[in-house]
Design a protein around this ligand. Structure first.
Ligand SMILES: Nc1ncnc2c1ncn2[C@@H]1O[C@H](COP(=O)(O)OP(=O)(O)OP(=O)(O)O)[C@@H](O)[C@H]1O
Ligand SMILES: [Mg+2]
Length: 480
């Protein structure tokens, strides 16, 4: 059981939670939703006792275990002598059961006796999830557990969680995969800074929420029309001189201001996005060409005889399951890894912008504004405008990068890429951590980019909407 009463929590002046109340019963399965940066991960920290509310209380019964959104340094993992020691310290499971779990979370290449240190960020996160599933606490908190999985892996994890016999709180953009098992949705309401409860499963929530937003949009329109009428009235009074008239005019003015201030903010999905981007720098007609690329890790052949090329301004989608060699191909393109054999030709004017969840180049101690100033040579006002279009308002630009939420970091990374004039963008899963609104925003921004693009994404709508000119399938090594 979890009980929150009158929770107030703030990082800075503006509170993240302001009098939030919530209750999760024993054995309930709850989806926690809310826009990027609304405070979901913060709520998990409050439940786990890693942070304390400034006011109010959070009580939890039983054992709690949470897997954070990004596992970078996990002391237990670093200390563990082997994968087995880390994922099953109490020896609750047989080896074959553990191997099965590892395989399901796409960690099959690791042996129970391996040391878990050399794994990538995504793999560490998946390993931490395996550990949590083995430990089976009374209250399990999972912050976007399916991010690093491909479609089959996602489905398996969600099926597993659907059968979880104890209390489960899960933050995810894939809650439809868990639909049958969800008892209720808690939403961090970005305006009231409270938690709204929606009984029923995720589909019910989406429907209810949609109706609520539609109603709000209608109310806003009514109120806006009223304001326009009042303003017209006020204009007509512009010539009044009498004392009474002036007083009336002042009163009307106050009413208009009050009404404008009380106007609720439009639900974000209803807003329109338009993002203007700098032109990509000039490059030859075939910026990149590769032929006969071979690459193996030990005895495992990942790429065999791959021929790959991209034309100026062309969009290519790289398609394949996790482990099919997409990231290896990308790393060879980026020059981060060398092929065993084969040729790579790059136009000398080629400048590549690279995004990967695993590859963070941020200086975490800088602020957003300092970060963008380092890479984009534009006047500060323009840079502020650019950040603003990616939803980082004036209140955010002086925040340090290390304190950004998961989705905010992804959004910043893409904003930085699109603020420079690369002529090829290589995007490896650019939607990780993004909420619906940010995905839409990034998608619209990318649509406006006229340079070439290589895209890897497990979000099918994302690929469809970006209308790739060609698709390259791995491991089949085939164009379509
Ligand atoms: N130390 C800090 N100082 C200032 N602001 C912070 C700090 N830590 C977090 N924030 C801000 O608090 C807000 C809530 O962050 P949180 O990580 O809880 O969001 P979230 O709902 O988990 O978002 P996401 O979906 O992107 O993961 C964000 O806007 C974040 O930038
Ligand atoms: Mg988060």
């Amino acid at each position: 059981m979890i009980l929150g009463r009158g929770v107030i929590y703030r990082y800075s002046k503006e509170p993240i939670f302001n009098g939030a109340e919530f209750f999760v019963g024993k054995g309930e399965k709850v989806g926690l939703v809310g826009q990027n940066g609304s405070g979901k991960s913060t709520l998990f920290k409050l439940i786990m006792g890693e942070e304390y509310p400034d006011e109010g209380s959070v009580k939890v019964d039983g054992t709690v275990l949470g897997v954070p959104q990004e596992v970078k340094h996990d002391e237990q993992m670093e200390k563990a002598a082997s994968v087995r020691d880390y994922i099953d310290p109490k020896h609750q499971k047989e080896d074959y059961e553990l191997r099965r779990l590892l395989a399901k979370l796409e960690l099959g290449e690791y042996d129970l006796s391996d040391k878990p240190v050399k794994m990538s960020g995504g793999q560490k996160t998946k390993l931490a999830i395996v550990r949590a599933l083995v430990a089976s606490p009374d209250v399990l908190l999972l912050d976007e557990p399916t991010n690093f999985l491909d479609t089959a892996g996602k489905q398996w994890v969600m099926d597993f969680l659907g059968k979880y016999p104890k209390t489960l709180l899960i933050i995810s953009h894939d809650l439809n995969l868990l639909d049958k098992s969800i008892d209720k949705i808690l939403e961090v309401n970005g305006q009231s800074k409270k938690l709204d409860e929606y009984k029923g499963n995720y589909t019910d929530y989406v429907k209810l929420k949609g109706e609520k937003d539609a109603l709000l949009v209608r109310q806003i329109h009514v109120q806006e029309r009223h304001i326009v009428r009042m303003k017209k009235g006020w204009l007509k009074m512009s010539h009044v001189k009498s004392e009474k008239g002036v007083r009336q005019k002042l009163q009307l003015e106050k009413r208009i201001v009050a009404m404008e201030e009380s106007l609720p903010t439009m639900p974000s999905e209803a807003k329109k996005f338009k993002i203007k981007l700098p032109e990509p720098s000039w490059v030859g007609s075939i910026p990149l060409m590769m032929s006969g690329i071979n690459k193996a890790y030990g005895t495992k052949k990942v790429l065999t005889g791959v021929d790959f090329d991209i034309k100026r301004g062309e969009r290519i989608a790289l398609v394949g399951q996790n482990g099919a060699g997409k990231s290896t191909l990308i790393k060879i393109i980026m020059g981060m890894q060398e092929a065993d054999s084969g040729e790579v030709y790059k136009d000398e004017k080629l400048v590549i912008g690279y995004y990967s969840q695993e590859f963070e180049t941020f200086d975490f101690d800088k602020t957003l504004l300092e970060t963008i100033k380092d890479v984009c040579s534009m006047p500060e006002q323009t840079l502020r405008g650019h950040l603003g279009r990616f939803l980082f308002g004036a209140d955010k630009v002086n925040q340090k990068v290390k304190t950004l939420s998961g989705g905010e970091k992804t959004r910043l990374a893409i904003a930085l890429l699109l603020g420079q004039n690369f002529n090829l963008l290589v995007l490896d899963e650019p939607t990780t951590y993004l909420d619906v609104l940010s995905q839409r925003l990034i998608l619209e921004a990318l649509k406006g980019y006229s340079g070439a693009m290589i895209l890897v994404s497990h979000t099918p709508e994302f690929i469809t909407e970006l209308k790739p000119n060609r698709k390259f399938y791995l491991p089949e090594n085939r164009w379509e």
